[in-house]
Ligand binder design. Structure first.
Ligand code: NAD
Length: 309
């Protein structure tokens, strides 16, 4: 398959590119190397990819790039470029979220409409649910985001559905639940936790630690993304790890693997959902999805890149 991956230099995008190449696909990546976190980390994310036969990278912003030659003839467009992060999405940063998550998605869908490509796979988010009334949460539950980030991811999903229903763009939105693994974004909880455990720095814990997350190992997530591109399925599917745990449990797993962590308790921020838990019936049925990596094994893989001094 010939694939286009937006956000190719990011955490999940770089894992997806590696997986596609390992499956024999030809991959064109596009990334603008935003400064949300140190762009040098993104260069490192790409280290194993650059030079691989079958991989090429465009350093460009979706909002200004000439997308026609990139989407034309692609068998799959994986749209991962975006502005992540719940807490910074309040206040003055919101325009970054609307331009990178909503406007960029619309521009890409327009390019795909005018130059039909194969499947369009959108990296949506569990944050669209907000504080869901039912856990595990199925796709039929009415999304009610509790953060500006969640609003923009939901708007991206609605655009995918709109272009699917109006113009026949074969779009799939995958609602990813807290993806983790090696090279995880440095602002995310497990990356901060492993950093704290290996460096002795305190770990800022927001809330009482009883909030739960359905941690999803990155290789399980990108495997399902490729299956979504190959399947006939269109619409919306959850991708969760299958066994939600509390932050306290996640902390004790890291402590067992790496060592003690000093906790710095902080109040819950606005926008933090209390519990996330995916009903993965649709992904299992339509994509053959089965999360394979336990939290223990996934954290072990992350710990290898955080050696204790
Ligand atoms: P990331 O920040 O590591 O990757 C996103 C990449 O997109 C970055 O490399 C950035 O430079 C690039 N980018 C942003 N705007 C761009 C634009 N206009 N043009 C070109 N490139 C642009 O984040 P991630 O954690 O890998 O997340 C990838 C996607 O998955 C995002 O859309 C995010 O909303 C979604 N998602 C992530 C998670 C998670 O747990 N990490 C959960 C749910 C959804």
């Amino acid at each position: 398959m010939r694939a286009l991956v937006t956000g190719a230099a990011g955490f999940i995008g770089s894992h997806l590119c590696a997986h596609l190449l390992a499956c024999g696909d030809t991959v064109t990546g596009i990334d603008s190397f935003t400064d949300f976190y140190d762009p040098a980390r993104k260069e490192r994310n790409l280290r194993t990819l650059t030079g691989s036969p079958g991989f090429s990278l465009h350093r460009a912003d979706l909002l200004t790039a000439d997308l026609a030659p990139l989407v034309d003839g692609a068998d799959a467009v994986y749209h991962l470029a975006g502005q992540p992060g719940v807490r910074p999405s309040w206040g003055a940063e919101f325009p970054l979220y609307t331009s990178r998550n909503v406007l960029a998605t619309q521009v890409l869908l327009e390019a795909v409409r005018q130059h039909p490509a194969g499947k369009f796979v959108y990296a949506s988010s569990s944050s669209v649910y907000g504080n869901a009334p039912v856990c595990p949460t199925a796709e039929t539950v009415l999304p009610r985001p509790v953060s500006p980030y969640g609003i923009t991811k939901l708007a991206g999903e609605h655009l995918c559905e709109l272009y699917r229903q109006t113009f026949g763009v074969p779009a799939v939105s995958l609602r990813l639940f807290t993806v983790y693994g090696p090279r995880q974004r440095p602002d995310m909880a497990l990356a901060r936790l492993l950093h704290a455990a290996s460096n002795g720095a305190p770990f800022p814990l927001y809330g009482d630690g009883e909030q739960t997350r359905d941690f999803t190992y990155v290789h399980d997530a990108v495997t399902a993304m490729r299956e979504a591109a190959r399947s006939a399925f269109t619409g919306i599917a959850n991708l969760g790890g299958g066994s939600p745990v509390s932050m306290k449990q996640a902390i004790s797993t890291v402590e067992n693997i790496v060592g003690p962590v000093e906790i710095l308790p902080l109040p819950t921020g606005p926008g933090d959902a209390r519990h996330t838990s995916a009903d993965i019936t649709v992904a299992t049925r339509e994509l053959g999805y089965r999360p394979r990596t336990t939290l223990h094994d996934g954290i072990l893989a992350m710990a290898r890149e955080h050696p204790r001094p």
